[in-house]
Design a protein around this ligand. Structure first.
Ligand SMILES: CC(C)(COP(=O)(O)OP(=O)(O)OC[C@H]1O[C@@H](n2cnc3c(N)ncnc32)[C@H](O)[C@@H]1OP(=O)(O)O)[C@@H](O)C(=O)NCCC(=O)NCCS
Length: 168
């Protein structure tokens, strides 16, 4: 058995039993994710324990823009005053209940950050933005250095420079 992270394949990956404790994140991977992938709204990556095809965890990545007014001064300093800045959205991230607390969240978060970092050689992005579903999720992201947007405490960001310094 080998932990593998791969692009969602609706014909291969079994999402029907995925349950992370949050109904909207469960419904998303079961019913919406493959449509979003097909329509190029989000790329969806899943963690499986190959050759088993049950989804253990997943995350999504999309292009995004940040309003410079919402960044804290230290980060905004030195950045040209364009009203909108390019970013990468880690829109959803979840681990199945059975596997929570075993390091899987960290594994998929690092994988997502690495992919976002790799992509900037082709399309520029200043930071990865995450939308936390609740305050518990905010604490999870803060552990890895994410900072809250000034007016949106459930939205956090981590600069690409910081990501480059933590990716092994
Ligand atoms: C939040 C979530 C992704 C964490 O996944 P996980 O596999 O349980 O986390 P891990 O076992 O990889 O933990 C990695 C580290 O984060 C810490 N951590 C995990 N959840 C945490 C939380 N809610 N708050 C603070 N720290 C947290 C762990 O203690 C661990 O720290 P350590 O490396 O110092 O031991 C998972 O619980 C989940 O899917 N929850 C429901 C959906 C959700 O909240 N998604 C996130 C944002 S939308």
């Amino acid at each position: 058995m080998t932990l593998t992270i791969e692009l969602l394949d609706s014909k291969k990956h079994n999402r029907s039993c995925f349950s992370c404790g949050n109904e909207s994140l469960d419904n998303y991977i079961r019913k919406q994710a493959s449509q979003d992938l097909k329509k190029k709204i989000a790329t969806v990556f899943v963690l499986i324990d190959s050759p088993n095809t049950d989804v253990i965890a997943y995350y999504t990545l999309s292009s995004y823009t940040i309003d410079i007014a919402n960044l804290d001064e230290t980060f905004a300093k030195g950045i040209p005053r364009y009203p909108l800045l390019p970013a990468t959205l880690l829109g959803r991230l979840a681990v199945d209940n059975t596997f929570q607390g075993q390091g899987m969240g960290k594994v998929i978060l690092i994988d997502a950050l690495k992919r976002a970092l790799d992509a900037i050689t082709q399309v520029a992005s200043l930071a990865v933005v995450v939308e936390a579903i609740d305050e518990d999720a905010v604490r999870f992201y803060q552990k890895y250095g994410f900072r809250q947007f000034k007016q949106y405490p459930l939205k956090l960001y981590l600069s690409m420079n910081s990501i480059a310094s933590i990716i092994p």
